[in-house]
Design a binder for this molecule. Structure first.
Ligand SMILES: CC(C)(COP(=O)(O)OP(=O)(O)OC[C@H]1O[C@@H](n2cnc3c(N)ncnc32)[C@H](O)[C@@H]1OP(=O)(O)O)[C@@H](O)C(=O)NCCC(=O)NCCS
Length: 303
C-alpha cells in the first residue's frame, strides 16, 4: 500500500466543496491569521465562503494535493457554536439531525516531483468535470466560484504568502510535503477528529519517507508537536496601522531525517567518511611498509 489506511476518513470529492467551505469558515475564524487576513468577514461572509470554496475545489481537483474528510452526526444548531458568520445560502442543504455530515477536513500538498501525484483521488461527482461544468453552467459550484475577496485585507493576505514562503526557503523545507489546511467545525471539537487527520498526514510522511511541514496556528501547535513535529521557526507578520496585533504561526516539521539534501549533520557525516577513508588507507600503507621493513631487516640478518 502506497498510502496509510484511511480507516473512517474518506477522500473528498468536488461535490463536498459547499459543505467543506462551511466547516472551514466556522473553524478558521479561530485562527489569528483569519483576523489579520479577513478583517471584513462579518460584512462579506459570502466572500469568505467562496474563497474557501475556491481553495478546496482547486486542491480536490489538483493531482498535487490530497484532501480527506471526516464525518460525524449532524448537530442541528452547529453554527451557534462558531463566531463566524455562515450565510443562509451556502449551496449546502442541512440534513436531519444525526445524519452523517463532513465535520473535519485536511488538505496536504505533496512534495515537488512526488511519484504519488494524483494517486489518491476520487474523481466522482457532478462538479468534477470542468469542461462539462462550463457547457452546462447550471450551478454556481460547477465552475470555481466567483471570488471577489471583499472580506480581505489584500495587503496582509499577499504579504503573508510572501513571508511564509521566505520562512520555508530559509529553513530549507521548500521540498517538503505541506499540511496546507486542517479544520474541524467548532461544534465537533475535542472529539479526536483533528488528531485523526493529522496522524494520517504524519503517517504519510513516514510511509513516503518525505519530510512534512506545517505553518501551525496556536490551536494546532500542541496537536502537531504531540505527533512528533518539531519547531523550526516562528513566522511573524509585524502589526501595522491596520491591525497592531500582527499575526504569528510556528513553522513545524516532521521527518527531518528524510531530507534529501545535505543537512548540516549529513554534511558532517559525509566529510568524516571522505576524510576517514584516505587516512585509513595511509595508515594501512604505513603499517605494511613498516612491517615489510622489519621483515627485510630480519631477513638481512638471516641471509
Ligand atoms: C486545531 C483543530 C484542527 C483540532 O481539532 P479537534 O478535532 O478539536 O482536535 P482533537 O479533538 O483531536 O484535539 C487535539 C488538540 O487540539 C487542541 N484543541 C482542540 N480544541 C481546542 C479548543 N477548543 N481550545 C484549545 N485547543 C483545542 C488541543 O491541543 C487538543 O488536545 P487536548 O484535547 O489534549 O488538549 C481545531 O481546533 C480547529 O479546527 N481549530 C481552528 C482552525 C485551526 O486553527 N486550524 C489549524 C491550522 S494549522
Amino acid at each position: 500500500m502506497a498510502f496509510p489506511p484511511l480507516g473512517a476518513l474518506r477522500i473528498a470529492v468536488s461535490d463536498d466543496v459547499p459543505r467543506i467551505s462551511v466547516v472551514a469558515t466556522a473553524a478558521f475564524r479561530y485562527s489569528p491569521l483569519f483576523d489579520w487576513e479577513r478583517p471584513d468577514h462579518e460584512k462579506y461572509p459570502e466572500d469568505t465562503l467562496s474563497s474557501y470554496q475556491t481553495q478546496f475545489l482547486n486542491a480536490i481537483q489538483s493531482d498535487d494535493s490530497i484532501v480527506l474528510v471526516q464525518e460525524d452526526a449532524y448537530i442541528r444548531n452547529e453554527n451557534d457554536k462558531t463566531t463566524a458568520i455562515i450565510p443562509n445560502d451556502t449551496g449546502w442543504t442541512a440534513p436531519k439531525a444525526g445524519a452523517q455530515v463532513i465535520v473535519a477536513v485536511i488538505s496536504i500538498k505533496l512534495e515537488p516531483g512526488s511519484s504519488h501525484k494524483g494517486k489518491l483521488k476520487n474523481n466522482k461527482g457532478k462538479y468534477h468535470d470542468k469542461f462539462l461544468s462550463l457547457v452546462i453552467g447550471l450551478c454556481s459550484y460547477l465552475t470555481p466560484p466567483n471570488d471577489p475577496g471583499r472580506d480581505l485585507n489584500r495587503r496582509h493576505y499577499d504579504d503573508w504568502g510572501t513571508i511564509s514562503a521566505a520562512a520555508r526557503k530559509k529553513n530549507g523545507v521548500h521540498n517538503d510535503s505541506v499540511v496546507s489546511m486542517i479544520a474541524v467545525h467548532p461544534a465537533y471539537w475535542r472529539r479526536g477528529h483533528g488528531t485523526k487527520l493529522a496522524t494520517w498526514a504524519r503517517d504519510l510522511a513516514v510511509k513516503h519517507k518525505v519530510p512534512q511541514c506545517v505553518s501551525a496556528a496556536p490551536m494546532s501547535q500542541c496537536l502537531f508537536m504531540s505527533l512528533g513535529y518539531k519547531q523550526l521557526d516562528v513566522i511573524v507578520a509585524e502589526g501595522d496601522e491596520d491591525d497592531p496585533r500582527g499575526a504569528k504561526t510556528l513553522l513545524l516539521e516532521f521527518g527531518r531525517e528524510y531530507r534529501g539534501g545535505l543537512s548540516k549533520s549529513r554534511l558532517l557525516r559525509w566529510i568524516i567518511r571522505v576524510i576517514r577513508n584516505p587516512i585509513a588507507k595511509v595508515v594501512l600503507i604505513a603499517q605494511r611498509t613498516l612491517s615489510r621493513r622489519q621483515v627485510e631487516s630480519s631477513e638481512k640478518g638471516a641471509w
